[in-house]
Structure formats: C-alpha cells, structure tokens
Design a protein around this ligand. Structure first.
Ligand code: ZN
Length: 490
C-alpha cells in the first residue's frame, strides 16, 4: 500500500514537473522571440521569391534535407524542408490559401530557432524524438496575386478527392510518403471571427477535423484534440479569451478531414485578428510560441495525459465583429427620426502588384446590432448622423492641403475636398478627408448596407465626430486609428 502511494506521488510529481517545465519553455520562447523572428518577412504580402534565399541557405546545412516535391500550376517550386532523426513524424504545411501567410512567416521563425545556439536541450529533445517536415506556402501562385484560390481558380482545400491541382496532389503525396503522425494545417481566417458571445476576437482558432459524418473520435483524432487543448492553454496566457473552436461538421472534400481519415492527427490552426495588429505580427509570434511548444510536448509525449473532454470547453468560433461599431445614432429619414446601430467593415484593396493595399470601407449592417461587437465601438446615443459636405474651395493638388486645415474642415462638416485635377493612378490618401473631382456633388445621406461610410455626427449643434472611409475621427484631435481616405474618381 505504502509503495503504491509513493509510486503514485512520484508519478504525480513527474507529471507536475513536466508541465511546469513546459510552461517555463513557453515563457522563454515568448521572451526570446525577437532573436528568431525572420526579418525579411515582415508583411503579409509575401511572395514565393522572398522565401527562396531562406530555403537556399538550408540546402548547404547538413542538418536539413531540402527537396522540391512539386510545382504549382505556374511552375513555382513546392519545397519540403526536413530536420530531425526522431521516429515521430510531424508535417506542417502553410498557405494553402494564397492570402493566408501568417504561419509561413512563423515557420521561418521556427527554422531560425532550430538554427540558433540557445535552447540546446530542448532542441535535442525535439529532434531526437521527432522528424519535422515543413512545406511553407503550398499555394505560391495564389500568394503572388494575394488571393485564396490557386491559378486554376479552385479552393485547394476542396480538392482532396478530385486532386485536380498539382498543389493538392503534392500535399497528398507528401502526406502519404511520410505517413506523418501529426499534421499541422496552417491557415488565416477573417479578422471578424470572435469567441462565441464575447467581444474577444478569435486571434487563433482550432479544429481537429472529423473524419466521418458521425464525428467519431478515434485515437488519431483524439491526439489532435489533446494537442489543441495544450496549445489553447498557451494562447490563453498571452491572449486571454481570444481562442475559438471551429465547427467540426465533416467536409468530405477538405484536406484536414481526409488527412485525419488517412491516419495523420490533423490540427487546423487559423490565425484571425488581434486589436491594433493589421500585419498580424503578434499573431505570428503566437503561432511560433504555440506550435513550437506543441512540438515539444509531442516530443516528450506529455500531450497523452491531457483530458479529451477539455477540447469541447474551448469556446466556439462566431463571426460577430466589425472594425467599427457605432451604437444608437439618430438618423432622420423623410422627416422621421430613427435610432440605429451601424457596423462597418474595412476591406483591403490591393495595389497592382499585390505588394501593398489600402482600405475601402462599407457599412456591413445596420439596425439592432446588439449581438455584435466592434474592435472599436462608439456610443453615439444622442448624436445625429449628417451627410458630409463638399468644401466650396477648389484646390490645386493634394500637396496644397494641410492636415491641420483638413481637421478644421471636418469640424465644419466637410468630408470632401475637390481638386482641379486628380492625381493619376492614386486611389487613396493619408489625409483624413475624401478627395473628389471638381464636379462632385455631395451625396444625399441614405444609410444602407454596402455604402462607403463617410459622414459626421452632431450633438447640440456641434460636430464632434467624423467618419471618413469607415475610420472614426474624434474631432478633439485623436485620429490614431485612421489609415486612409479615398480619391473618388466619379
Ligand atoms: Zn485557409
């Protein structure tokens, strides 16, 4: 009896000790991140070309096996990077959707970590127990055009059965040849996802996809769930409440679902939104920390003790966020006053070579939006929405406008300034006012979904807020969230 008790205590202490160790490692990874962050990939619009020097560097390193395993439709190489000697095979692929690059960046951060000269014991534990295989940017043609789909115009993630895309065929071929134990399917999701019934964005969402309509849980899927529970506990430390869990309805055409079926524990990670992080660099860091910690826990086998039922405790994903939510404004229509909420989305519009973007905003919804949330929220009760006016003066050029003057115009209710001639090719401006041609007539305010939100908010005969291209400008001087207005050609 005594011996049993001692044994039990020992086991308990070992378990407690290993989880404390993992916590330490996670904290150390978080703290030391900047040392390993790959500096050449600092914006979301990254192209295949930018990855090649990083990949080439690994070719001469004997630790790595670097193999071209396929080609995109437009002929860009798909490269598999492998490292480690362990019996457990972990396969990570990113950017199957061309406009979802966050994890591609994190993969190169992880590779920098593996190449560094710190964390020696941890790396030894990882690489002697695991062989890691990375396939970054599975859809390079999509990345080139910063678009979800591949050059064939299909969603590779609905091609697991037909296998019409060379990218999909490559993914299946690599999965089959490795017969990987774990597969990390790395994506980005809309920033408008939130953790169900909270205002918290789903900065990271997870799914252990089902492998049949019954959503059965076998050991393969169960292991994916356990690793997800572990990663959730890490994200909760750095982004409390900002994790969502995807609906697990079976999608027979999707790769995640099939990879689970083929015997690889498939873990879907979706990078969503984080307040004030448009280039998702904080989310990239969370990818790095949580994936590396997960790899470590797989190497140690510690995930096995995690209770499966904790998976269901992760809040579900919902899609209830706006960039800007304006609550309870007063709107006069045909002589009657109404009270409305407005929900505003800011869409990214790419420049010609998809290296940069500007925002073009729309009213996404209006009415009672009490079940929705905003990254930024304004209580506009008591404020009346008024159409912005066109400034009477005709200006020569954008350069002849000063920001301080523009602020005065906004306070006077002007949200449009006319130019003698519009600068050719330019579609946006950093000035917080819409730029229009000389014949432009101010629109009659007709609030509706789909319109560009440009107006002012008035209370006690004073204009206190302007909304220009969906950006809220507090006329007391704070315009910290403002990015761009539009140059309107009509
Ligand atoms: Zn995706």
């Amino acid at each position: 009896m005594k011996i049993k008790l001692v044994l039990f205590l020992c086991l308990f202490l070992i378990a407690a000790d290993s989880s404390a160790q993992e916590n330490d490692i996670t904290a150390a990874l978080y703290e030391s991140y900047d040392q390993f962050k790959e500096p050449s990939l600092n914006k979301r619009r990254i192209k295949h070309k930018a990855l090649q020097p990083l990949i080439n560097r690994l070719m001469s390193d004997p630790k790595y096996t670097v193999k071209v395993v396929g080609e995109s439709i437009e002929g860009r190489d798909l490269t598999l990077i492998s490292i480690g000697t362990g019996p457990t095979s972990v396969f990570l692929w990113s950017q199957m959707h061309g406009d979802e690059p966050t994890a591609t960046q994190a993969i190169f951060d992880i590779i920098n970590f593996l190449n560094g000269d710190t964390f020696i014991a941890e790396k030894e534990a990882i690489l002697s127990n695991i062989t890691l295989h990375f396939l970054p940017m599975l859809n390079p043609d999509g990345a080139e055009a910063y678009t979800r789909r591949n050059r064939l115009g299909i969603d590779i993630n609905r091609d697991a059965l037909m296998l019409q895309s060379p990218e999909g065929r490559t993914l299946k071929m690599v999965r089959d040849s490795l017969d990987a134990d774990f597969g990390f399917n790395l994506h980005d999701q809309s920033t408008y996802y939130n953790a169900e019934r909270t205002e918290k964005p789903a900065t990271i969402s997870y799914l252990a996809p089902a492998y049949n309509y019954e959503k059965d849980i076998n050991e393969v899927r169960g292991n994916a769930m356990k690793v997800i529970v572990f990663m959730n506990s890490i994200i909760q430390k750095y982004a409390p409440g900002q994790v969502g869990r995807y609906n697990d309805d079976f999608e027979p055409r999707a790769f995640g679902d099939n990879i689970q079926k083929w015997g690889t524990s498939a873990i879907l990670i979706e990078s969503g939104g984080y307040p004030g992080d448009p280039e998702k660099q904080e989310i990239r860091k969370l990818n790095y920390v949580s994936i590396l910690s997960a790899v470590y826990t797989i190497a140690k086998g510690n995930y096995k003790n995690i209770p499966l039922e904790d998976y269901e405790k992760i809040p579900e994903n919902d899609r209830m966020l706006f960039d800007l939510k304006i609550e309870g404004l007063t709107y006069t229509l045909l002589g009657q006053e109404y009270k409305l909420d407005l929900g505003i989305h800011r869409s990214e519009v790419d420049n010609a070579d998809h290296s940069n973007f500007y925002y073009n905003s729309t009213v996404a919804d209006q009415g009672d939006l009490s079940t929705f949330y905003g990254y930024e929220t304004l209580d506009a009760v008591g404020y009346t929405v008024k159409s912005g006016k066109v400034h009477p003066e005709l200006f020569k050029s954008i350069e002849s406008l000063k920001e301080s003057e523009v602020f005065k115009y906004l306070k006077q209710g002007y949200t449009y300034v006319r130019l003698e001639s519009l600068p050719s090719g330019k579609k946006d401006t950093n000035l917080p006012i819409q730029i229009v041609s000389k014949d432009f007539k101010a629109p009659v305010l007709n609030l509706r979904a789909g319109m560009n939100p440009t107006f002012v908010l008035e209370k006690d005969n004073e204009i206190q807020f302007a909304v220009v291209n969906g950006f809220l400008i507090r006329l007391n001087g704070d315009k910290s969230n403002f990015k761009n207005a539009l140059i309107l050609r009509k």
